[in-house]
Each structure stands twice: as C-alpha cells, then as structure tokens.
Design a protein around this ligand. Structure first.
Ligand code: SF4
Length: 362
C-alpha cells in the first residue's frame, strides 16, 4: 500500500495522467459524488488536464448544499428563541433562508456559536447552564457516529440543557435517484472516500450491480483522484461494473462497524428533505424514541416546511447534475461567496463556490 507522501508526489500524478490519456478511448461521464472531491478537483486544476471526452459531473455530496431550505429556516427560528444558543459548523452560518441567514440572526442578537464537533456543542451546555444548547446537525455517514456518541454522552451525564436538530443524511438514496434519471447517463461514480471509511467499500456493491455502473472509491490527493478515474475508465472500456477501492490507506472493505453500531443505537432511518432532490425515503436519520429528550424537533415543537428555492438560483439542478454553475444567470454576478444567494456558493464544498474560486474548467 502506498503512503500519503507518495500520492502527493507530482511525478506519480504525471505518470497516472499519461496512462489516463491512453485509456480514455471513448467519452465517459463520471460523477464525483463528494463535495470534498469537487473542491480538490478544482483546487488542483484536474478538470483542465483530463482527456477530451472525459466529463466530470458534481454530485449531491456537499452536506450544507443539500440541506433543505425548510431546515435552514427552522435553524434560524430556533436561533431566534429566547434562552437558546445554537451551535453550528461554520459553513452553515451564511446559508440564506427565506428570512436571512444565521449570520443575520446573530447580528440581531441570536446566540450562535461555531463549533468543530458535536462534542464541542455539548461542552457549551456546561458553560451555559441557564440556556438550552441546540446543535444543528448536518452531514453524511461520516458525521453521524460522532453526533450519536455525543447524544450518548449527554445521556450518560444526564445533561438536560442540550439537544440536536438532525438534518443528517445517508448518501445511497440520493445516488439511486440520480442513477434512475435517464437524462443523466452516468458512466461511473467516483465514490466518496470519507463516507466509505464508515460504510465500507462493500456498501456500494448493490448499487454497482443494480445500475450496472462502475464504482471506485477515491482519496483526495491529485494522484488519488487520477488513479480512481483511471480505474473507472478501465472498467468502462472493459464493460465491467464493479466496486474497486482506490483509497485503501483509509477505507476497508467492511468500513467501521463500531461507528455504524453507534449511529444505529441512537438513530433510525426516516425520510428526509433534500435541496434539489425532494423528500427521499430512508435517507435521513431520526433520533430514536429512547433518546427523544435530545431531539430538538420534539423538544421545541419545530417542523420544517417545504420552501421554494431562492428566485433564480439553480442549486437544485446543480445538485442533480443537470446544470453547471455558469448556467445560472446569477453566477458571479448577483451571487458570489461574499454575497451568496444559494448554499452551493456558501459552502467550502459547494460546486458554485469551487467554480467561482478556481474558475471554469480548472
Ligand atoms: Fe444558486 Fe448562486 Fe449557484 Fe446560482 S450561482 S445556482 S444563485 S448558489
């Protein structure tokens, strides 16, 4: 197994690119599922180096981008309540809802704290015993075990002034929806390395078989990404549709069963509303009844309502792989990272943010 330093060696990337060019003998549309891949691909200028005919489509793997407008509005409502302090990951701060953003709410006096983990949010409960700390939780399978562990810790310490609003999602139902879209015509999936550390490479086998689509798990260094694309194109050429693990230094075939157990102890699967994809069954995580005292939706009686996309914003179509940021009339004009209209321009993993920051085919 190669070490991280080898994957950072530009000579490895160059030799893999040369192989990629000779392997790309036919057009191929590959979806990079994960927002971290999108950002890494733009950051390293990989799009401009790809052989002609190999097209990368950004997928629905940016957790902030797929959080529904209704959930964003609910976050802002919660933050505006008396004696409530919300704890969030930084990317959520400036996502616009129908009535401003959490940053606007903070400017109007709401108590909003940026945290790096759910455990940081739980620590706030001790620091502010007179307030209810609400952790606004977004993320995929990588994040949910840590949120589950935090809820278990709150239960063990009998912390009463802490709860979680879950908008956590699982990636499979969204991918299945996209793979059923006859207009998308994908030839392969560059599967998310972070999620795969938890669910394991084996979790993609049913999808590869059902949709007859090559699936390769990739890491995030340039050579990781190019070598994953190479494996995908080899499968396309040979008419195979298998799961291959191109990120063996982090991902195992079985993943992390302990993390999955933790998640399953606290959460059950339920429907979840996705920006751009709508309501998807078994795609969200709901806090089990046993831990309902830590469920902010129950505790605060908050229900997210469906809300339309911001006028003119194409985030939904971008998350479905149907449009690219330059198709949006607001891109880099009315909508910029300094003044975002949709979440895809706010998040550090958002496709619009990547296009704006690194430009066009970079
Ligand atoms: Fe939405 Fe802005 Fe992207 Fe257009 S450029 S799709 S308004 S986030």
């Amino acid at each position: 197994m190669k070490h991280l330093s080898e994957f950072r060696d530009p000579s490895l990337s160059r030799s893999l690119l040369a192989r990629l060019r000779t392997t790309a003998t036919r057009p191929a549309r590959i979806m990079e599922v994960c927002g971290t891949h999108t950002m890494a691909i733009f950051h390293h200028g990989l799009r401009s180096m790809l052989p002609q005919g190999v097209e990368l489509i950004s997928g629905p793997g940016c957790p902030v981008c797929v959080t529904s407008g209704g959930d964003i509005d609910a976050f802002i409502k919660i933050a505006s309540r008396k004696n409530v302090r919300v704890a969030i990951f930084g990317d959520l701060l400036r996502v616009p809802g129908n009535n401003g953003s959490l940053a606007d709410a903070a400017a109007s006096g709401a108590k909003v704290e940026l945290v790096y983990s759910a455990m940081d949010a739980l620590a706030l409960a001790e620091k502010y015993p007179e307030e209810l700390i609400v952790f606004l939780s977004v993320g995929f399978e990588t994040t949910s075990p840590t949120v589950a562990a935090t809820i278990l810790a709150a239960s063990q310490t009998e912390t009463r002034n802490f709860c979680v609003y879950t908008s956590n999602k699982t990636i499979d139902p969204a991918l299945e929806l996209l793979l059923n879209d006859p207009d998308l015509q994908l030839d392969g999936l560059l599967c998310p390395g972070h999620v795969a550390t938890i669910i394991g490479a084996h979790a993609f086998v049913p999808m590869a078989q059902r949709f007859k689509i090559p699936c390769v798990i990739g890491g995030f260094e340039p050579a990781d990404i190019i070598s994953a694309l190479l494996l995908l194109l080899e499968q396309v050429n040979e008419g195979r549709h298998e799961v291959e693990n191109g990120y063996e230094r982090a991902v195992s075939w079985q993943g992390n069963p302990r993390a999955r157990e933790l998640s399953a102890k606290v959460f059950s699967k339920g429907e979840s509303s996705w920006r751009g994809l709508g309501l998807l069954a078994k795609s969200g995580l709901t806090i089990r009844d046993e831990y309902s005292r830590y469920d902010a939706k129950e505790r605060l009686g908050i229900t997210a309502k469906e809300v339309p996309e911001p006028a003119g914003c194409l985030c939904g179509a971008i998350l479905r792989g149907q449009k690219q940021p330059p198709h949006c009339p607001l891109f880099s004009k009315g909508c910029t990272p300094a003044s975002p209209i949709g979440p895809c321009m706010v998040s550090s993993e958002g496709t619009c943010a990547a296009w704006h920051r690194y430009g066009g085919q970079q």
